[in-house]
Ligand binder design. Structure first.
Ligand SMILES: Nc1ncnc2c1ncn2[C@@H]1O[C@H](COP(=O)(O)OP(=O)(O)OP(=O)(O)O)[C@@H](O)[C@H]1O
Ligand SMILES: [Mg+2]
Length: 433
């Protein structure tokens, strides 16, 4: 895992090192250059002031330790070419025609000479090229010393500063983990450095969303346990009654028991379904189905129940082929739940109409002429365990499952009371397959 502290410290150190090296090199080159000019200036001044001075042989012992190689060689000669005075007679400086700088070699060493030529005399001041070069290099090297010292200093400084900054962040993390209970959320931004606000803000949002989901799960669990308890207590009671039953009474008790067991297993089926739809990530369905065919299948399964209630169960397909891309079991569950509601809540002798509209975006419309629901109940019908004021014997999970399926596949679900008379009108819109 990357460490922000190491990344910041190393990039700052590299940056400072590059700056120091570049400036050090620039200073070296600049000083080298300037030293040449400076040495030339010195040579010119010596030549100018040397004039009539008498050279006194230096008492070398009295002078500070000194390398005589470094000395200037000064020579004064008359206009006719005779040497009047020379500081080192072993060096013969070639004559020049005019005032100015020149270079010569005495066979072993290279020299740079400045000559002042007047009608009376010629003054020449010579210095070894190697000495000049050494002086310039020494000066240039000394000029880079501050930059070389600055490099390790900058590293220490960077380590110190980044250490301080990131210690604040670490401190913040520790503080957060200490008060990391749901009650301490949202974390107060005003005590945080501004830079971490976006991070803390999204953490706050995420934790708030998680808290809502957690509360919903807790409610679902307690509702589910509560819903299971009622039929299970009934079952326990019925089993108790069985032990005293004989003959035809036994048969009646047994069928009650079977009905109770069926209710429990229907409820657990629905609980499993809803947890599956809300939990599993969606794998894109690969097959397309004809909505009309699936509706026909489902309707034939509900014919017996409809006949028992003498319901007029009508089906109309308004176009050939209404293709939808959705898992066939999920499609069946969706249609079954909606049509089952219509059949169940419409009183005897009523009518249920199922219409399939084909085209680019197919529609499934289920309407009945039952009681419908009160307007304020409409938005709550898809809540888990909501059974409406009628409180039939259903589990209240049917439409919650329908909504979960619609969310999974991006279908639209509309539940309204019919405006042309009593009854509920349910419309499911499918996207183009
Ligand atoms: N066609 C309808 N006519 C009138 N009321 C309806 C209709 N469909 C649903 N409802 C109301 O909406 C409530 C919720 O329906 P939902 O299908 O979610 O649960 P349920 O039918 O009670 O139980 P089940 O899980 O067994 O389907 C029902 O209890 C009922 O009051
Ligand atoms: Mg239902």
């Amino acid at each position: 895992m990357i460490s922000l502290r190491t990344a910041t410290a190393s990039s700052l150190s590299i940056l400072f090192t590059i700056i120091a090296v570049v400036f050090g090199a620039a200073s070296y080159l600049f000083t080298m250059n300037e030293s040449g000019d400076f040495l030339d200036l010195q040579q010119r001044q010596i030549a100018r002031y040397v004039g009539d001075l008498t050279f006194i042989a230096p008492d070398r012992a009295a002078l500070p330790p000194h390398d005589s190689e470094d000395d200037y060689v000064i020579e004064v000669s008359y206009a006719d070419g005779r040497v009047a005075k020379s500081s080192d007679q072993s060096i013969v400086i070639p004559d020049r025609a005019e005032t100015g700088f020149s270079e010569f070699s005495d066979g072993k060493r290279e020299w740079r000479v400045f000559s002042i030529i007047t009608p009376e005399r010629t003054v020449q001041v010579a210095q070894q090229m190697a000495v000049r070069k050494e002086l310039a290099t020494d000066a240039a090297a000394r000029a880079t010393i501050p930059f070389l010292v600055a490099i390790p200093l900058s590293w220490l400084l960077v380590a110190f500063v980044t250490g301080r900054i990131f210690r604040n962040l670490e401190h913040l993390g520790k503080e957060l983990s200490l008060k990391a209970t749901m009650d301490a959320i949202p974390v107060d931004l005003s005590t945080m450095p501004r830079e971490v606000w976006p991070f803390v803000r999204s953490m706050n949002e995420l934790i708030a969303r998680l808290a809502v989901a957690l509360r919903q799960q807790q409610m679902f669990l307690s509702d589910a346990a509560h819903e299971l308890r009622t039929p299970l207590s009934a079952l326990t009671l019925q089993i108790g009654n069985l032990s005293q039953s004989r003959g035809p009474d036994l048969e009646e008790r047994l069928s009650e028991l079977r009905a109770g067991a069926r209710r429990v297993s229907a409820l657990t089926d629905k609980l499993l379904k809803i947890s599956r739809y809300e939990g599993e990530p969606l794998a894109a369905p690969t097959q397309v189905f004809d909505l009309t065919e699936t509706v026909k299948d489902v309707v034939s399964g509900l014919l017996v129940a409809a006949e028992e209630k003498q319901l007029d169960l009508g089906f109309a397909a308004l176009a050939d082929g209404a293709w939808v891309r959705i898992d066939s079991d999920d499609l069946k569950t969706l249609i079954e739940t909606i049509v089952d509601n219509a059949v169940r809540y419409t009183p005897n002798g009523g009518a249920v109409d199922i219409t399939v509209k084909g085209g680019a975006s197919p529609l499934l419309i289920v309407s009945d002429n039952g009681p419908g629901v009160q307007e304020h109940e409409l938005p709550r019908l898809t809540e888990r365990f909501y059974r409406g004021s009628g409180r039939g014997e259903g589990t209240g999970l049917g439409l919650a499952i329908v909504e979960a399926i619609c969310d999974r596949y991006g279908l639209s679900l509309k539940l309204i009371n019919r405006d042309d008379g009593p009854g509920l009108l349910v419309t499911v819109g499918f996207p183009a397959p």
